[in-house]
Design a protein around this ligand. Sequence first.
Ligand code: AMP
Ligand code: MN
Ligand code: ZN
Length: 910
Amino acid sequence: MPQPPKRSNPTQPEQSTGPEVDATAQTSTSQTSSEPIDLISFTTEAYRNVVAATRNCNAFPQGAARSLYLSYPGYARMLEEQSQRVLGLINKVLKTENISGDIKRRQGDEQLEMVQECNDILFERITTNLDIISGLRRGNPHMVVETQVDVQSTSRAATSTITKETPRAGSWNRYSTAPGTPSRSMVSARLFTAQNIMRPQMQFKVPVDNSAQNPFKPRLKEKPNSLKPLALLPEYDDAGNVVSFLHPYEFELLKFEPPKEQLQKQKPLLPAPPAQTELMLVDSVETLKQALEELRQAPQIAIDVEHHSYRTFMGITCLVQMSTRTKDYIFDTLTLREDMHILNLVLTDPKVLKILHGGDLDIEWLQRDLSLYIVNMFDTHRAAKALNMARLSLAFLLKHYLDLDVDKSLQLADWRMRPLPQKLIDYARQDTHYLIYVYERLTNDLLQAEQGQPQALRMVYQMSTEVCKKRYTKPHIGPDSHLDLVRKTKRSFDNRQLSALRGIFVWRDATARQEDESYGYVLPNHMMLQIAESLPREMQGILACCNPIPPLVRQQLHTLHQIVLRAREQPLVKPILEACNNITGPVLLQTTNKDYNSKLNCPHDFSHQEETRDDLPTLLGRNETGKLQRPSKPRLEAPLVPLVAPTLSLFKRQTASTQEEQLRWVRARKESQTMRMPYKRYMAILPLMQQQKLEQTAKENNELLKRRLCPAEPAPVNIKLEITTKEEEDPLYKLPLKEQLKRKHQPTADQPSLAKRNKNEEKPSASMSGLKPKIKSEPIPAITQTSNGEDSEDDDVLEVPIEKSATENPTPVLSRRQQKRQEKNKRFKAKERMQAQSSNKPVQLPTNTATAQNFDYKNVDFRQFQGGAKRAQGTEIKSQIRGKSRHNNRNNKQFNKLFTFSKINKERKK
Ligand code: AMP
Ligand code: MN
Ligand code: ZN
């Protein structure tokens, strides 16, 4: 080595043991891998060599001794030769790792850098291999990536809803961390996807038609169970263009009547758990035919669909799940896309009941991709709605009827993954496995709700049949679609910005159709609005609006830039003039009768803006000098509508007031003029706060009850209203403070309600003082998504570091080591923040209310409350200040400052 490590003593005894300890540690960890013997012997051998080499290196003379030895030409030559040899060996290794440059020609520092770079690459390969060995990437041609996202609990957006991401992948030893608790109205979902998934649309036998001109056309070739023969009837617009096609089973659905047995009471049969139920994975035509034969025997079939909508324009049906009473089926609809239609034999059979949960989209997806239609459907979502259930999700129904807690977090998984991971199979199964049982229970509940009459049940069938009549239509944009977006964001755009937005909108639509990608993938809305709003002059500015930069934006940056530049060139039109133009302009009138872009229709107040003119014609006339004339007499002599006198008036005096009212006024005035000590005010507000809390608890209990016994009559709420008014004038307040406290905290016979309430509360003082407004209420069942303030606070803290580290961000290419270092820093910072947060929290006092109530104030030494200055002069405080607790130091310093300051003041006074 040219630069041997400098050590004072070349033969340190512990040097030989040091690396050997490491070696044994290494061998013990490597024992867990798949080839233990080879790896152990290899690493042991390697370590032995490394230790020997290090020892030999260290044995060379160093420092002054080295200079002395080098003066011998023989030694110098030998050293030079060996150095060159070692460098040659290192160079070979570097070349195999594609590190450019010749190490022999570099200086010492640069040589070290090259070796470090090589090490980084090697380490990265090692961790990747460990990932594979640990199972994260085993058996799967593509790397599975799991990320956590928060999505709105109710929305079911067509495009991607990736809002926040929590990297959970990339580190093989962190994949088992528990997912965070969902926050208030958001649901945490796991984005279960994989890198380098083959685009399934490449394999489609019939390529997708994303064009805007051609409407979606059903591809049905046969029509089993038909009452009318198959005919794809087009519908035309005024100009004679085909705009859509009629539903192939429209007539059959019109004539459909639910069979008698479906309108009768059912005998619910609890299904065996999935583990004990047969599962058929249908991914070939043979198995499909077999499944069809089996399904034909079933009187009821539960159906669900899994769909992908991010890397496609119209969406792709990836999976169809079906369940009979005894068997579950999972159809791989990526491979069976062109064959699934044979299932129409059962799906359109009016004698076979199909059960779906919220099947609106499923119906559209089935007909669009698989030419599947459904006749005779029972939608459990509609049924739950008809029953006025507290919640309408499948998860809720499963909880309600089967007491099952299902995990819906994999809903947004990338269902294109093949082979389908076991996790996804298990998840997909549970969506239909229990659905027949849920249908039976819902039917019985619907019958019971109408005293055995089937009206409500019929209604559900009618609504479900309407769902079956839904027709798929392609997404399309109108000339004003971009305005909807602006309206939603509540931003105000000028004509240049709007022009840019329209241009980008059209570009995005065309690109998405052509590339078969979703709008969300091409350019998410928020980035599009950002570009249109900032109108960047440079190409770089467009990229700056996007983080991460969508690949298609990068690819077509030039086109986008041209759109923005063209918009920038337009003369800026004053908004109010533009509004006038719009009113007379024929283009906008034809599409929408209200232009929200116009300042006339915009709900915002623009009067403060310079452009707003005040010289527009009004209904008021002008006199000779051009001044506005006031109308000579009011237009309406007598009001057409009987007017009601205002209940409150600033200027009018109430003429007649009753004695009682006057008394009340006097009392109120007196009340407002008397000075009240803060504690008295606190005591006065106490009953009101308690009542509010009681109401809140009652409401929550009620809610809880509703959820449990659904539908249920409202729980009896026992609220005592009179307390507030009575205690307002309580003679108690006239007593000295000490006496008041004493009486308040001694439960007496005539104050039973207060004592009772205190018992229920954890700590009245903390809850009332407003320091900590949100207090953990009683346990809520797992299905509720509401969380208290504390939890959400914690969530925020936990999510911050996670949010910032976006795994998808393609720009920074960091080595594994650097990433790890960063991660470590982030984790450390998050921890710090959490600690800071927790220290900010108000201190929880012991919640023993009994002792609080029986507290004897006679034992209190009230002299202790004589302010801090007196005590501060003593030694105890000072000794505390000099104590070890560092985080108090700053506070103490401030306190000291104050203290000194007050001392100075005192001295000045003297
Ligand atoms: P499910 O009926 O719950 O199994 O959902 C069926 C499909 O609907 C899923 O495969 C998703 O593609 C889609 N989906 C459900 N919920 C959402 C949502 N919140 N956002 C976007 N897509 C959703
Ligand atoms: Mn579904
Ligand atoms: Zn599903």
